[in-house]
Design a protein around this ligand. Structure first.
Ligand code: ADP
Ligand code: 5GP
Length: 182
């Protein structure tokens, strides 16, 4: 039974929304809290969705080897703190990382036994709608994320499993069933 699962997929597909549903519906799954230099969106709380840190702090975490993987995405840095994850894995708790494609590839290199799940949109048009509809980014940031999303969609065959995010709770339930009953 894979204890570590990596969820990736294009920006705007609903990774954050599906992971929030996993937290709510399946408290037995531990969800890693990433560090990021991005500013919090309305409704985000430091220590819950992310640890919000400045660039100097992020650079120090990288230098001190505190991050399992890290990547720059659309102008901001993101990384997975290593110690809390290793503690949960040692305790046998199923762990979920929600990270971008570059991060997933780094984890694939260091932990090839992990389960890699791709969250796919029902269609490209629906992905554009979600990314635009979130309304949290200025148009040039949305455009940059759509360019990135095209690249990320092409990586689907690298993943062990694909979950289509049609309905949020259904996608969360399918994801967890893969994690605990592969
Ligand atoms: P990501 O974390 O992948 O960038 P978000 O979780 O922020 O994506 O979701 C992007 C937008 O799509 C949000 O407005 C969210 O409410 C919406 N969304 C997510 N999942 C679904 C779904 N299954 N059906 C419709 N809208 C969704
Ligand atoms: P957002 O800014 O929309 O929350 O996230 C942007 C992208 O960064 C998403 O694709 C998300 O999966 C990714 N991401 C979040 N945390 C991490 C992390 O710790 N490492 C990496 N590599 N990517 C992350």
């Amino acid at each position: 039974m894979p204890r570590l699962t990596v969820l990736s997929g294009p920006s705007g597909v609903g990774k954050g929304t599906v992971v929030a549903a996993v937290r709510r519906l399946f408290p037995q799954i531990w969800v890693s809290v990433s560090a990021t230099t991005r500013a919090p969106r309305p409704g985000e709380t430091d220590g819950v969705e992310y640890h919000f840190v400045d660039r100097d702090t992020f650079a120090r975490m990288v230098k001190d080897g505190e991050l399992l993987e890290h990547a720059e995405f659309a102008g901001n840095c993101y990384g997975t703190p290593r110690a809390p994850l290793e503690r949960r894995l040692a305790d046998g708790v199923p762990c979920l990382l929600e990270i971008d494609l570059q991060g997933a590839r780094q984890v694939r290199a260091s932990r090839p036994d992990a389960l890699f799940v791709f969250l796919a949109p029902p269609s490209w048009e629906e992905l554009v709608r979600r990314l635009t509809g979130r309304g949290t980014e200025p148009p040039e940031v949305v455009a940059r994320r759509l360019d990135q999303a095209r690249v990320e969609l092409a990586a689907e065959p690298e993943f062990d499993e694909v979950v289509v995010n049609d309905d949020v709770e259904a996608a969360a339930t399918r994801l967890v069933s893969l994690m605990v009953d592969p």
